[in-house]
Design a protein around this ligand. Structure first.
Ligand SMILES: [Zn+2]
Length: 245
C-alpha cells in the first residue's frame, strides 16, 4: 500500500504544493548530487524541492561521480568555475568569512552539493576524488540549522535547502549572483517542517496504537514483537577479526 505520490516533488499528492513553486533563475548553476538513499527517504529530502525552486539547477543521482559523464563534463568545461559545498579542512567557511570573489573571468560559477545524510555524503565524498580537488566552501554553523525535527548530527550540517539559501545570500552579498526570491526557499522550509511535524504526530499515534496488548500465543505467553528497525550510524568494519566484538 502507499499513498499516491506527486512524481515531480515526490511528496504525497494530497500534501503536494510544488505547483505553486516559481523557479528562480540564477547566474550560478547548482548541481545536486543525490545519494540513492536520499531519494528513498522523501520525508527528509530537501534536495528535490530546492531543485524545483532553482531554474538553473540539475540533479544527478549516484554514489561516486568520478566516472559520471555529465558531472565530469561540467567539471572539465572551461566555461565553468566549479566549486563544491563540503566541510573539508581547507574549505572556505562562509559563516566566518566572506566568499572570496574569485576572478570568474566570464566563467559560470557551478556549485556541487551532496544531497544526502551526513554519513552518506561522507561516503560519496571519499568515493569521488575529482570532487575533492575542487575549491570547497562550507558553513560552520554560525547560522544554525532551522531544522527542529531532524536533529542535525554535527554543527554546520545544514539541510540542502538551507545550505542553498545561505550560499545564495553569500553570493548575493559578493555581487556574484542576485538572490531574487529568498522568501520562496524559506517558505518552503517552513511548510516542510509543518509536514514533518504532521508525519511525526501521525507515526506517534500509530505507534501508540501498536502498543495495545499483544496477541497471546496458545500457551498464554505474549508473542514476540519484532524490534524497531534501526538505521545503523556507523558501517560495520568490513572484515572484523574473528572472535572480536
Ligand atoms: Zn508535487
Amino acid at each position: 500500500m502507499g499513498r499516491p505520490m506527486c512524481y515531480r516533488c515526490f511528496w504525497p499528492q494530497a500534501l503536494c504544493w510544488c505547483g505553486s513553486i516559481v523557479p528562480m533563475p540564477t547566474r550560478t548553476r547548482f548541481v545536486f548530487l543525490m545519494h540513492p538513499e536520499e531519494f528513498k527517504h522523501t520525508k527528509a529530502a530537501t534536495g528535490r524541492l530546492t531543485h524545483l525552486c532553482l531554474a538553473d539547477s540539475v540533479i544527478h543521482m549516484g554514489i561516486e561521480f568520478d566516472a559520471h559523464e555529465a558531472v565530469q563534463a561540467l567539471i572539465r568545461d572551461p566555461a565553468n568555475y566549479p566549486v563544491v559545498l563540503y566541510p573539508a579542512r581547507d574549505a572556505v567557511d562562509l559563516s566566518r568569512t566572506e566568499l572570496p570573489a574569485p576572478d570568474l573571468g566570464g566563467r559560470r560559477l557551478t556549485v556541487f552539493l551532496l544531497d544526502a545524510t551526513w554519513r552518506l555524503a561522507r561516503r560519496m565524498w571519499k568515493a569521488s576524488p575529482s570532487l575533492q580537488q575542487l575549491p570547497k566552501v562550507m558553513f560552520s554553523g554560525a547560522a544554525p540549522s532551522r531544522y527542529v525535527i531532524k536533529t542535525q548530527p554535527e554543527p554546520g550540517c545544514l539541510s540542502t535547502l538551507e545550505a542553498t539559501h545561505e550560499l545564495l545570500l553569500a553570493l548575493d552579498r559578493r555581487g556574484l549572483d542576485r538572490y531574487a526570491r529568498p522568501e520562496q526557499l524559506l517558505d518552503l522550509f517552513r511548510r516542510m517542517q509543518d509536514l514533518q511535524l504532521r508525519f511525526a504526530e501521525e507515526s506517534h499515534r500509530l505507534g501508540r496504537r501498536r502498543h495495545t496488548p499483544r496477541p497471546k500465543r496458545a500457551d498464554g505467553v505474549a508473542a514476540p514483537v519484532p524490534g524497531p528497525k534501526r538505521r545503523r550510524i556507523f558501517p560495520r568494519a568490513a572484515s572484523a577479526p574473528a572472535g572480536e566484538g
